[in-house]
Design a protein around this ligand. Structure first.
Ligand SMILES: Cc1cc2nc3c(=O)[nH]c(=O)nc-3n(C[C@H](O)[C@H](O)[C@H](O)COP(=O)(O)O)c2cc1C
Length: 287
């Protein structure tokens, strides 16, 4: 589409109302080619996910609404991308990372998407999905062309989830240690990658992620700040681990586009954390 990844990330938002127009062969083919490349389904720690394209049942009948996941109603979806992964701490993180990259790829093709988390069975779709023992379907996305004028219901969901709001920098990013806020000015070249991290989607827009940039700015440590009693974490898997993977994906893609190279590690710097709900997840080590 001739867009940069940063532009695609800035443009992406959850689309819950689609045009009844079928998805073009070109867009379908491009997504299938993407899925056929094994490296696109592998995470930064070697984890793998399975993703399948499912056409929506009943074709493109105008007016068709589907209740999916934990909240929100999707109108006129033309297809779904359905993801499956082992249910585990790192596996869910990698799922978020891999599936978000795919969502951004689809966005770049002009398709609308919406992360939908919930409990899906392998029989939830037009075609049965084969699952290995221990594998779950934590999230899917509908696909289709976004309807320009979004439904009233869409804006209600956006309003309830406060979708258009993100927490301010000082609540999310820290300088050397928790408690010392990192300003955008002090973030230097990490400004845009951190901003892309902040703009990323999360379940119910809870934004359960924090980052501490080391004082020499050679490491960025990412933490999960779990939301107390969040229903999304009680579905038999911890949804907010997926949010963390999404944030890591946004951060890395922005870094790469800006020529900031680095590698992912899991080496806990053992910083003092502000709450028992703050859990170290992963770090980006700049090279
Ligand atoms: C893991 C995950 C699960 C989500 N589950 C749902 C869902 O079940 N229903 C829904 O309508 N939106 C769902 N969303 C979309 C969020 O509400 C949305 O991303 C957030 O409000 C921010 O809005 P934006 O995507 O437009 O930036 C989910 C998002 C994520 C990341």
């Amino acid at each position: 589409m001739g867009n940069t990844v940063i532009e695609i990330m800035e443009r992406r938002k959850s689309v819950r109302t689609y045009e009844p127009t079928p998805i073009s062969e070109a867009a379908h083919g491009a997504v299938m080619d993407y899925l056929a490349q094994e490296e696109n389904l592998r995470g930064p720690f070697g984890g793998k996910v399975k993703v399948e394209w499912m056409w929506a049942d009943g074709g493109a009948a105008e007016g068709k609404s589907v209740k999916l996941g934990t909240y929100g109603v999707i109108k006129n979806p033309q297809a779904y991308l359905v993801g499956a992964v082992q249910n585990g701490k790192t596996a869910l993180l990698e799922f978020g990372y891999i599936f978000h990259k795919l969502i951004l790829y689809a966005t770049g093709l002009g398709l609308g998407t919406c992360w939908i988390g919930g409990t899906f069975s392998r029989k939830s779709f037009s075609r049965e999905m084969e699952l290995a023992p221990g594998e779950i379907i934590p999230c899917i996305t509908p696909l289709g062309y976004p309807r320009e004028k979004q439904r009233l219901l869409d804006s209600t969901v956006r309003f309830i989830a406060k979708s258009d709001q993100r927490k301010p920098w000082e609540e999310l990013f820290y300088d050397g240690e928790f408690g010392r806020a990192l300003t955008r000015e002090a973030a230097g070249k990490l400004d845009v990658p951190l901003e892309m991290f902040r703009q990323g989607p999360s379940a119910s827009n809870k934004q359960p992620w924090r980052a501490v940039v080391s004082q020499d700015q050679r490491h960025v440590h990412f933490y999960l700040q779990s939301t107390p009693n969040y229903s999304g974490n009680k579905l038999g898997f911890e949804m907010q681990r997926i949010d963390m993977g999404i944030a890591a994906c946004s951060f890395e893609l922005a870094c790469r586009e800006l020529g900031i190279s680095g590698v992912w590690t899991m080496e806990d710097p053992k910083l003092n954390v502000p709450s028992p709900l703050t859990e170290y997840m992963l770090s980006y080590k700049l090279e």
